[in-house]
Design a protein around this ligand. Structure first.
Ligand SMILES: [Zn+2]
Length: 375
């Protein structure tokens, strides 16, 4: 009796498992959580040379740690995929790094660097993890100046970066507005990283900091920039050049990423999965109510949607989401029209404006929306 009950139970589970599998395979697979790792510098841009005692510079250490981190993530975290802005000693422009991340629908962007203290003292040491923000702190400003300065090594940099001016208050405020959406998540990951450096790697940490870095300002997803330590500090330079040092820093970064993914990947999989399901072979009708808008800003402040608050733009709408006000320009179900409106918003001065899509009033990814319109 007991055995037959167990048998019955087992066959029930088997039936459930197989119908479950059929169902899953019948639909699209769950979209992986996508992380883009950005090893700083590369190619003709060596980054900081440190004390000069090593042949290796910042670009080498950044690449070693980035590749090791990516490998660890892919081998230990199922359903997480990793991409890199570079996998070898080449020099992608800052603009390309951000562009690639934006176009790949990345969930998280991690830029890895090493620090340098200006002058010859070499006394500063410890890690720092940056999120986008405005700072008046002189040391933080120096770090951003150095990391952003690689721009001048690029061809045509004056044209490419003509709108990026960290010294202009207006320009930085606009950058901040466009990123405010992601700031909470960026700070969350940055805190995990600094915490891991302190407790797992047992390093001195200088904490989570804010500053205007190009790759943080122009990536539309949670993003952090990690300074593993100072190569101008002899002991720290030795540590970061050692196999053991790199391994310890990699493991700490991995632990932080794992914690972050645990908090966020489920939500991503679930929502991606449900939109995937909707896109199946089902016919798309007007009932799906697909609407495009151009998101031009996000802020904790509630602004009146009057043209004078939005560089003269009419037809601006506002929506509140998690204590943030989002501001949109235009509203249409036609993708070509919204492309034109996006251009208009950019011409008006919202350079970081981008298209968002809603289905039945719920935000969905642009990729998903385009699949829908293509049907
Ligand atoms: Zn750097």
């Amino acid at each position: 009796m007991k055995t037959s009950r167990i048998l019955l139970f087992v066959s029930f589970i088997i039936v459930l498992t197989f119908t479950g599998c059929n169902h899953v395979f019948g639909q699209s697979e769950v979209e992986p959580f996508l992380i883009m790792i950005d090893p700083g510098h590369g190619g003709r841009d060596g980054g900081t040379p440190g004390t000069g005692r090593y042949k290796t510079t910042e670009k080498h250490i950044a690449l070693d740690v980035s590749l090791a981190l990516g490998k660890m993530i892919e081998s230990k975290l199922p359903n997480v995929k990793v991409r890199y802005t570079r996998k070898k000693d080449v020099f992608p422009s800052l603009n390309d790094r951000a562009r690639v991340a934006n176009h790949s629908d990345v969930d998280l962007f991690i830029s890895i660097h090493c620090n340098a203290q200006p002058g010859k003292r070499g006394t500063a040491y410890g890690s720092e993890t940056y999120v986008l923000g405005i700072t008046k702190n002189k040391q933080n400003l120096e770090v951003a100046k150095r990391e952003n300065s690689v721009i001048s090594l690029e061809d045509n940099y004056e044209e490419t970066y003509k709108d990026f001016n960290p010294n202009s208050h207006e320009s930085t405020l606009a950058l901040m507005l466009a990123q405010e959406d992601y700031l909470d998540h960026s700070i969350e990951l940055a805190s995990y990283i600094e915490n891991e450096f302190k407790h797992t790697a047992k390093r001195k940490t200088r904490g989570v900091k804010q500053n205007i870095f190009y790759v943080l300002a122009y990536t539309y997803m949670p993003s952090v920039l990690v300074e593993l330590g100072f190569l101008t500090h002899k002991k720290e330079e030795d540590f970061l050049n050692s196999k053991k040092g790199k391994a310890v820093m990699t493991k700490s970064l991995f632990n932080a990423v794992k914690k972050y993914v645990k908090n966020h990947a489920q939500a991503v999989s679930v929502s991606e999965n449900s939109t995937e399901t909707n896109s199946g072979n089902r016919e798309i009708t007007n009932a799906d109510n697909l609407i495009f808008k151009v998101q031009i800003a996000a802020s904790s402040k509630s602004l009146e949607t009057k043209p004078y608050n939005f560089k003269g733009l009419n037809n601006v709408s506002r929506a509140k989401e998690n204590n943030l006000y989002k501001y949109f320009y235009g509203e249409t179900s036609n993708y070509n029209t919204i492309k034109k409106l996006e251009e208009e918003a950019k011409t008006a001065g919202f350079k970081t404006g981008y298209i968002v899509a809603f289905k039945n009033g719920k935000k969905i990814s642009l990729t998903e929306a385009l699949k829908t319109t293509a049907n």
